[in-house]
Design a protein around this ligand. Structure first.
Ligand SMILES: *Cc1c(COP(=O)(O)O)cnc(C)c1O
Length: 363
């Protein structure tokens, strides 16, 4: 069965390390002698308590999360955080948003329901093909926070610097690049990420938040969206997404075994370089994102025509690859090469691209 697995370039939910799937299947019927599946376990049992504690500790170790940050395991996907963030962090009522893609824009639109939200920079008029530079940011020194989306899953751009905000906390959506490279958590007020791109399966969203930002919410904030409540109850105010947290734990264990996030970065750079070098040397394919802002996780490009893009996608399926079609908002082709994508998958794709160019490239 395992030999029938294909290279899955999906943007999310996306491929998992095979070791994680094997372990989960081995433990499916009887988790470590408990006589039951993790799915069937009380979230208050000692076996489950160990799972959630170990998972949190692994994440703290891998990202070197300082002690004055809380780690929360929440539900509702990354999109629920688009509302929870302003509800928990707006105090004076102002925030700066930097619009670098689809999800940053959605977060911005949601936030406008709760306060006075200012666009500090936007690359929308340029098809979100780049990340604004520090000097292009129009930051309000009095803002409650500055919001950015660290990796733009649809457009294939990624922040390669942490902006200077003069003490205003940075809130970063890292749904599609968390754990792909080391980060300095202390430079952020809040980091959040849905698990289903780079660290697990749909159902759990991780929030890493500085303690000092907790404890003041807008009137009417639902209990379930109050970070302080969730922090005080160790993410157990209600039933947490138990199985998704367990899978996250297995993925974190796998990352540890690979050598941690520094090793992930090295692997991811190697994989992305294979693709970008090929694209840069080809006159047939065109990379979509500005060179200095290219994502290590989502590589976006196009062939000379929409027809060839479509042919590329249908032929790639026959060649054992899936989900290479670009997001409907932008078209073209997108290869999502998260941590779990082995280098062999990228080599397979590049070989396919070369053959496709030879067949369809004309003279
Ligand atoms: C996928 C994605 C989201 C939305 O995640 P959901 O869990 O589906 O709500 C938000 N931000 C980024 C950067 C994403 O890639």
């Amino acid at each position: 069965m395992a030999d029938k697995r294909i290279y899955n370039f999906s943007a999310g939910p996306s491929m998992l390390p095979e070791q994680v799937l094997t372990t989960a299947s081995e433990q499916m019927l009887n988790y470590k002698g408990s006589g039951m599946s993790v799915m069937e376990m009380s979230h208050r049992s000692s076996a489950y308590d160990q799972i959630i504690k170990d998972t949190q500790q692994r994440l703290r170790d891998l990202l070197q999360i300082p002690d004055n940050y809380k780690v929360l395991f929440l539900q509702g996907g990354a999109s629920t955080q688009f509302a929870a963030i302003p509800m928990n962090l707006l105090r004076k009522g102002n925030a700066d948003y930097i619009l670098t893609g689809h999800f940053a824009k959605k977060a911005y639109e949601e936030a406008t329901k709760y306060g006075s939200i200012h666009v500090a920079a936007s690359s929308e008029s340029d098809q979100f093909a780049y990340i604004p530079k520090q000097e292009q940011l129009d930051l309000n020194p009095d803002a409650d926070y500055v919001y950015l989306c660290n990796n733009n899953t649809i457009y294939g751009t990624e922040w390669n610097y942490v902006p200077e905000t003069n003490g205003v906390p940075i809130v970063a959506d890292m749904s599609s690049d968390i754990l792909s490279r080391p980060i300095d958590v202390s430079k952020y007020g809040l980091i959040f990420a849905g698990a289903q791109k780079n660290m697990g399966i749909a159902g759990v969203t991780v929030v890493i938040v500085r303690e000092g930002l907790l404890g003041s919410t807008l009137p009417g904030t639902p209990t379930m969206l109050n970070y302080k409540t969730m922090a005080d109850k160790d993410s157990m105010y209600n039933t947490p997404p138990t199985y998704a947290i367990y899978i996250l734990g297995l993925v974190l264990e796998w990352i540890e075994q690979q050598g941690g996030v520094a090793a992930m970065k090295e692997r991811n750079e190697k994989k992305a370089k294979l693709l970008y070098d090929y694209l840069d040397n080809s006159t047939f394919y065109q990379a979509a994102a500005a060179k200095e802002d290219r994502s290590l996780m989502n590589v976006t490009f196009r062939t000379p025509s929409k027809e060839l893009d479509a042919l590329f996608v249908s032929e790639s399926i026959k060649a054992g690859m899936s989900n290479l079609k670009g997001h409907r908002a932008v078209g073209g082709i997108r290869a999502s090469i998260y941590n779990a994508m082995p280098i062999e998958g990228v080599e397979h794709l590049v070989a396919f691209m070369r053959a496709f160019e030879e067949t369809n490239g004309g003279k």
